[in-house]
Write a protein that binds this ligand. Sequence first.
Ligand code: 2BA
Length: 108
Amino acid sequence: MKLVVAIVQDRDTDLVIETLNARKLRVTRVATSGGFLGQGNSTLLIGVDDFQVPLVIDLLRKVCHRRSMFVPMAAGITETAYGLHSQIEVEVGGATVFVLDVEHFEQV
Ligand code: 2BA
């Protein structure tokens, strides 16, 4: 068994969960935020059989979109003080995925 840990953007989360559930895949959603941008995202815990991992990754790839975001170049520099030129473009997403071996699983 594997635990797929997927960090997805908030805007994609509902559709990811719907899509997984429609395939009878179970998922737990944890509200998280990115260390770099400090923006809300979701960390999904998806416990699956080994053979289902490619399917999960494929679904994540289809549903999660890359998006460009503009963020202040440095802490303390605000848009109002320096205008839009003080912002840089950062690409976020689709999904950041870790696949972990599960040593033991049971529901008691
Ligand atoms: P954040 O840490 O808020 O990062 C948002 C986006 O900012 C990243 O998109 C990346 O494009 C950029 N970024 C992050 N750290 C950077 C840095 N030190 N310098 C320049 N640009 C940087 P993604 O790579 O798609 O990551 C989206 C979110 O996934 C991240 O939000 C974080 O919550 C999570 N994540 C990504 N890689 C991770 C990792 N190796 N371990 C744990 N969480 C990770």
